[in-house]
Design a protein around this ligand. Structure first.
Ligand code: 5AD
Ligand code: FES
Length: 352
């Protein structure tokens, strides 16, 4: 039966909610293997053996928000706060460009220092220095006007994980001041403004059920994001979720395969969180259908401070080392890290 669902998904890129749920609940080693082989074949048809890299620059861990799972939440008084100056951000980008990065991801907490003026100025300057690069922002919820302005300044893409497609589940992961409705509104607006948009969720977040995940998958099927970030939830010692178990490698990889089949050309990272719960996590993610890796370009001095979860990897390595390390890791499994912007490819008339 589950084999039938997998074949249906591979052919039609769509299942019903209850079929998605069944795909999760009834999975076993055999079905995972079949799913993986379809996912890898589909990815190979579109992207060959290429793996895209994004240079991640963690520009600030100051956040006005208080997500219950996140190590840089406002309530965490143990977190040593920092923000990079625009000059520091430019030198990360300079170094990254030399290392072959053609996409920079500026990620940070919801820090009011990065007003439209300041963040827009940073985007403009990086685009002026490197017109052949794409800029991705991952700076949380902002107003439509702000998203519009940053787009005018040259931002190409925006990552804003939806976190969960179930409003009730959303409210258990976030403070009262945040709402699922607003998160969805942000995603819609980003799309309307012409960004390439990334959504995503954590696997194994507290209270998550198979039904929730089925909704996440349906949302991805309907929204058709250009990018989708999924990684295991990992507890952080200074958060209310410190005693909850981390998400599983096996389920995360399984879902990477499912998402590849739902939306064949999607840009799908093998995340740092996946590399944190298993020494070969990112390799296993790529071998399940992911096609993007995001080595860290932040100054080594701040990396340890940008801890969304415990034991994050790559906090001691220089940017060049991280880049080298990932290239080698990919080569060892038969893939190649390529130097290009790495936009989502067109595929069979699929709507975005
Ligand atoms: N474990 C795993 N992922 C996390 N994120 C935040 N906190 C954690 C955690 N404890 C993810 C969220 C957020 C992204 C930037 O990092 O999904 O959107
Ligand atoms: Fe950062 Fe391996 S990717 S050290």
């Amino acid at each position: 039966m589950i084999e039938g669902l997998i074949r249906k998904l591979a052919e039609s890129h769509s299942l019903t909610l209850s079929e998605y749920e069944s795909l999760i609940v009834n999975r076993d080693e055999g079905s995972a293997k079949l799913l993986r082989s379809f996912a890898v074949k589909t990815r190979r048809e579109i992207y060959g053996n290429d793996v895209y890299v994004r240079g991640l620059i963690e520009i600030s861990n100051i956040c006005r928000n208080d997500c219950l799972y996140c190590g840089i939440r406002r309530s965490n008084t143990n977190c040593e706060r920092y923000r990079l100056t625009p000059e520091e951000i430019f030198s990360c980008a300079d170094e990254g460009y030399e290392l072959g990065f053609r996409t920079f991801v500026l990620q940070g907490g919801e820090d009011s220092f990065f007003s439209d003026e300041v963040l827009g100025g940073v985007v403009r300057e990086i685009k002026a220095r490197y017109p052949d690069c794409a800029i991705t922002l991952s700076m949380g919820e902002r107003s439509r006007e702000s998203y519009a302005y940053l787009r005018e300044c040259g931002a190409d893409r925006y990552l804003l994980r939806h976190e969960t497609a179930d409003p009730e589940h959303y409210s258990r992961l976030h403070p009262e001041a945040m709402s699922w409705q607003n998160r969805m509104k942000c995603l819609r607006e980003l799309r309307e403004l012409g960004y390439a948009v990334g959504c995503g969720f954590m696997v194994g977040s507290p209270f998550q059920t198979a039904e929730h995940i089925a909704k996440d998958l349906k949302f991805i099927e309907e929204f058709h994001p250009e990018m989708c970030g999924i990684g295991p939830f990992i507890p952080h010692k200074d958060t209310p979720f410190k005693d909850y178990p981390a998400g599983k490698l096996e389920l995360t990889c399984y879902l990477l395969s499912v998402i590849r089949l739902i939306h064949p050309p999607v840009l799908l990272p093998a995340t740092t969180a996946l590399g944190t719960i298993d020494p070969l996590g990112r390799e296993k993610g790529i071998m399940s259908g992911a096609n993007v890796v995001m080595p860290n370009l932040s100054p080594v001095g701040v990396r340890k401070k940008y801890e969304l979860y415990d034991n994050k990897i790559c906090t001691g390595e220089e940017s060049a080392q991280c880049r080298e390390c990932l290239s080698n890791r990919m080569r060892q499994i038969g893939y190649e890290v390529v130097t290009c912007r790495g936009d989502m490819k067109n595929y069979g008339g699929v709507r975005n």
